[in-house]
Design a protein around this ligand. Sequence first.
Ligand code: PLP
Length: 421
Amino acid sequence: MSEHIFLSPPDCGPAEAQAVQRALASGWVAPLGPEVDAFEAEVAARTGRRHAVALSSGTAALHLALLGVGVGPGDVVLTSTLTFVATASAVRYCGAEPVFVDSDESGNMDPGLLDLAITDQRRRRRRIGAVLPVDLLGKVAAYEELLTVAAESGIPLVSDAAESFGAVRRGRPAGSFGRAAAISFNGNKIMTTSGGGALVTDDGAVAARARYLATQARQPVAHYEHTEIGYNYRLSNLLAALGRAQLARLDEMIERRRALRMLYRELFAGTPGVEVLGAPDGSEIDVAALRRSGPHGRLTRDNFWLTTVLVDAAVAGWTPADLIAALARADIEARPMWKPLHRQPVFARSTVYGGATAERLFARGVTLPSGSALDVAGWARVADTVRAFLQRRAQAGRPAARLSVGRTPAGTRPLRAAGAP
Ligand SMILES: *Cc1c(COP(=O)(O)O)cnc(C)c1O
């Protein structure tokens, strides 16, 4: 049997092994150490921030960022519905209530709806502790609009940049927007520390508070003195070393995911009812062009973390589930997008503004293998499987397309013999 192809597995090699070995040999195993300090400086530089705090997960970074801007019990936090559950879980950790805002066609928070949500929540006399947009699948949200809307109401913005590390919008890096941003280095993200994350901010007080809360809220005295409850959220020195090796390869890994994005676009070109989510994504811009543009360039480019295609079953004649099943039979992992959080049982009673766009993207989306470690043979297997599926469907699928469109009266168009080649 051939090897299983995962959606987005870690991409580690000799450089990572060496880095972990180096940290081990130095004696600085845990908890903190020089690798953590260096990693924090490098992450801050990459996101254009003054401070980075390396943490045990992206979820921990979200939690501390929300606490840092003053979110507390009873507050409302306006966040995207189309996201991974951790975004809203972090809101709950603060004793606050997530209120969901629909996305626009890009998958990211709709600024117009955010405006409406703020007005309506204020009318209901709710205190809005923060606005928390998400950079879905590696595309930086429309912060120039979102920040304006939030600032007009005096509400701090925290950016969930867990999925977008390395991306840029109008020349500004992911993670640079808002009072603070959270980055994830989980095993499936664009780069990994096996598990980890970072809070980035320009606000020294937010960074200091995060460091303090992440180390059990220990007072700076020799004995263990505590005046409030903290958390055990710091990243270990060993994992920071792994992160530094990954960070040195980040541009190369983004390039590989960009190449996959372009290959998928070619693969599905000319297939009716199928489009790649996220255009324009800057996939025509390579790393060299990005560097030439310098810090003041105005370029916008995703990090291509995951590639999702949207399938209009009525036009295509097949459903997202059909494609996922065909890939599964060939031992290839593909998945639906995040299920909108307002549809999750745990948030069933939460308020949502809009929701239909996220639901449609969820119903249509298929997320395809996007890992930077996918090699030529692996890609060939994915592409061959997709081509064979599309071909079978093109031959057999017309009746299905006709039925689901439901306009042509039955029997008026000659059916090709079902199943005939
Ligand atoms: C992965 C992810 C997180 C959580 O990051 P962890 O490091 O897994 O805790 C938060 N938000 C989004 C949008 C994510 O994709």
